[in-house]
Ligand binder design. Structure first.
Ligand SMILES: [Zn+2]
Length: 121
């Protein structure tokens, strides 16, 4: 089945970007991320206040929350670079700041275009 990422170009038209299923760059395929409430870690005094069970739960990942980027599946649609035209790439780069869900996709395109420039294409 053909998959597409739908984005709006600068004229507000919906464009279908050829896509494939790839690893979620947010959780690296794990499907869960550390609860943002704990992302700064504990201070040593906060850690000391936790009971042993809470510490064990934390270490076991019980406080991890479902990754929002992939809804816990660990997989997201990423642009299929082999099937994308230059126009597709340009549109993706343009919309990357407007749509968080294609941000990772745009980074991949950026990297590829940088590689192309490096090769003098
Ligand atoms: Zn994820």
């Amino acid at each position: 089945m053909e998959r597409y990422i739908r984005v709006e170009n600068e004229d507000g038209e919906t464009v279908s970007i050829p896509a494939k299923v790839g690893l979620c760059s947010c959780c690296e395929g794990y499907g869960k991320v550390e609860n943002s409430a704990f992302s700064n870690g504990f201070t040593s005094s906060e850690w000391a206040e936790l009971d042993d069970e809470s510490k064990e739960n934390y270490m076991a990942g019980d406080y991890d929350v479902q990754c929002k980027a992939c809804e816990g599946t660990g997989r997201v649609l990423v642009p299929n670079l082999e099937r994308m035209t230059f126009t597709h790439k340009r549109i993706l780069v343009n919309v990357r700041r407007e749509q968080r869900e294609v941000a990772a996709a745009a980074r991949a395109v950026d990297a590829e275009m940088a590689a192309e420039r490096a090769f003098g294409c």
